[in-house]
Ligand binder design. Structure first.
Ligand code: PHE
Length: 381
């Protein structure tokens, strides 16, 4: 009797594993993710990992793409360029991935893009905004794509906001000379601000490991700027903001997308209150795509998705859509399909890639109010 029951249980179990008429997809396609899960921008990496996994899970739940189940391989680059390049090598040469999502910051994505280009593996970053991600020495890296606008746009947006909305006539800039993103956007902001009739009264750089900014901030204060532009990631920005307040700096603090982390306010405290930064999306956007995404993400991870996760979700879905269109796991065919995607409807908007593989899309400006991110305005290209 007992034996009979357990046999029945076994049959039920087996049936449960091979449900009904739909047979499991015979093939798989391997996709890699490179993201910083440790180091100075850990919150960026975690958001990107979460969002990537949601996109893949959703596709696999529908049977995969182009008849293939998606198998994923994840590597932590610790926001270090050498680690990132090793990660790309490992994914392509050891794990045999046919496409990569990553990396997250520009300084790690530039070496990844060079490698992806030379090994001909289509790669898409959600978040790396520096122009050099898709272009090297004036030449398009045609295996590289992104789901975000570039720093040429973002830097100009913030210069215009400072001049036009904040009525700033003098600006100061502090940047990390060792970081492509920080240095690149500092230059764009400076040139745009001057072109718009403003004056840059202090333009100073620091190093990657610096923690004491008092000497630089004394110079900044003496230059009497209306705004201080801080193009860096949240941990550094938090530290600088705190010290700026201690120095008695009174002007407005402004910056780019690198500020987007709940950690910023934790590090800076009220020194960052009232500051403004450009970002890629706002959870307060009333479009249904945004509402659905925010709801889904909150249910799963108990937090509001930041721009990084949201862009990674869009980037992953763009790649999956390209694989569907290519109807193949061939990297060259996936690349061609990515290049020809037009009118892609993502959470961050509907967009088409330009000839450099860079989407044309709008930015949002966020203000830190009562320690929270508050949506202020949309800026169109
Ligand atoms: N744009 C940043 C870079 O290129 C990364 C980033 C994107 C940070 C979005 C925050 C939000 O390094």
């Amino acid at each position: 009797m007992r034996r009979g029951l357990s046999l029945l249980a076994l049959v039920v179990l087996l049936v449960g594993h091979f449900p009904g008429c739909k047979s499991p997809p015979a093939k798989e396609i391997r996709i890699g993710l490179i993201t910083p899960l440790s180091g100075d921008v850990k919150t960026f990496g975690e958001s990107v990992k979460n969002a990537f996994e949601v996109a893949v899970e959703e596709a696999n739940a529908k049977g995969g793409v182009a008849g293939m189940k998606i198998a994923t391989f994840l590597v932590d680059d610790r926001n270090d360029p050498t680690e990132a390049s090793n990660a790309a090598n490992l994914l392509i040469n050891q794990h045999g991935v046919k496409a990569i999502v990553g990396s997250v910051t520009s300084k790690t994505t530039i070496p990844v893009s060079d490698l992806a280009q030379s090994l001909r593996i289509p790669t898409i970053t959600g978040t790396a905004t520096n122009p050099k991600v898709t272009v090297a020495d004036g030449k398009r890296k045609d295996y590289m794509f992104r789901a975000c606008y570039t720093d040429s746009f973002q830097g100009t947006v913030m210069a215009k906001f400072a001049r036009g909305t904040l009525n700033a006539t003098a600006a100061a800039v502090l940047y990390d000379a060792s970081n492509d993103y920080s240095k690149g956007i500092a230059e764009v902001f400076r040139d745009a601000f001057v072109r718009m009739g403003g004056r840059v009264t202090a333009y100073e750089s620091y190093g990657k490991d610096d923690v004491d900014f008092s000497a630089l901030l004394t110079k900044v204060k003496a230059a009497k700027p209306d705004v201080l532009f801080l193009p860096d990631y949240y941990n550094k920005v938090g530290l600088i903001a705190k010290q700026a307040k201690e120095t008695g700096f009174q002007g407005a603090l402004i910056g780019p997308d690198g500020w987007d982390s709940p950690e910023l306010v934790k590090v800076a405290g009220d020194a960052i209150e009232g500051g403004y930064f450009s970002n890629h999306y706002s959870p307060e956007d009333t479009r249904p795509e945004v509402g659905n995404w925010v709801k889904k993400y909150k249910e799963k991870f108990q937090q509001t998705p930041d721009a990084l996760g949201t862009l990674a979700y869009d980037a992953t879905n763009m790649l999956l859509e390209a694989i569907r269109k290519a109807n193949s796991a061939d990297p060259g065919k996936i690349r061609d399909a990515l290049a020809s995607l037009s009118g892609f409807e993502g959470v961050t908007g509907k967009f088409t890639m330009d000839e450099h593989g860079d989407p044309i899309k709008s930015a949002v400006i966020i203000q830190i109010k009562d320690g929270k991110q508050k949506f202020l305005q949309v800026v169109n290209p």
